[in-house]
Write a new protein. Sequence first.
Length: 133
Amino acid sequence: MARKPGIRVTANFERNLESIEGFLRDVGASRCFDELLDALLESVIPNLERFPAIGVRLLAFESRSLESTIALEGLRGRVPDADLRQYVFDDYLLLYAHIDAVVYLLAIRHHRQLSFDLDGIWIKEQRAQYAMP
C-alpha cells in the first residue's frame, strides 16, 4: 500500500496567504479568509494527501507566448523531478509540487487578485488627460 504524501508549506505560500488576507480585508470580506483556512485544513490538504495527482499538470499546457515559453523552460530546469500541478477550489488557484512522498504548497491566489483595476486606471488616465484634480 502506498503511503500518503506529507504536506509541506513553503515560505512563499505563507506570504501569499498574508497577501490574500490583506486583499480580503481591503475589500470588506475578512470572514472569507477564515473560510479559506477552513477549506485548506478540512478539504484541500486532506484531498492532496489522499490524491496528490488531483490537480491539473502545470507543464502540460501548451505555451502560447514567448514569455510563458521562457518561464516554463526555467521552471522545468529548476525542478526537473517535480510533478507541478494547479488545483482550483472555491475562488482560489493553488500551485503545488509533488516530489517523491511530499506535496509542497508553492503558491495560492484569489482569482480577483489576478485582475486589473480598470476603473481605477481609467479614472487616473482621464484626470491626467484633462488635468482634473
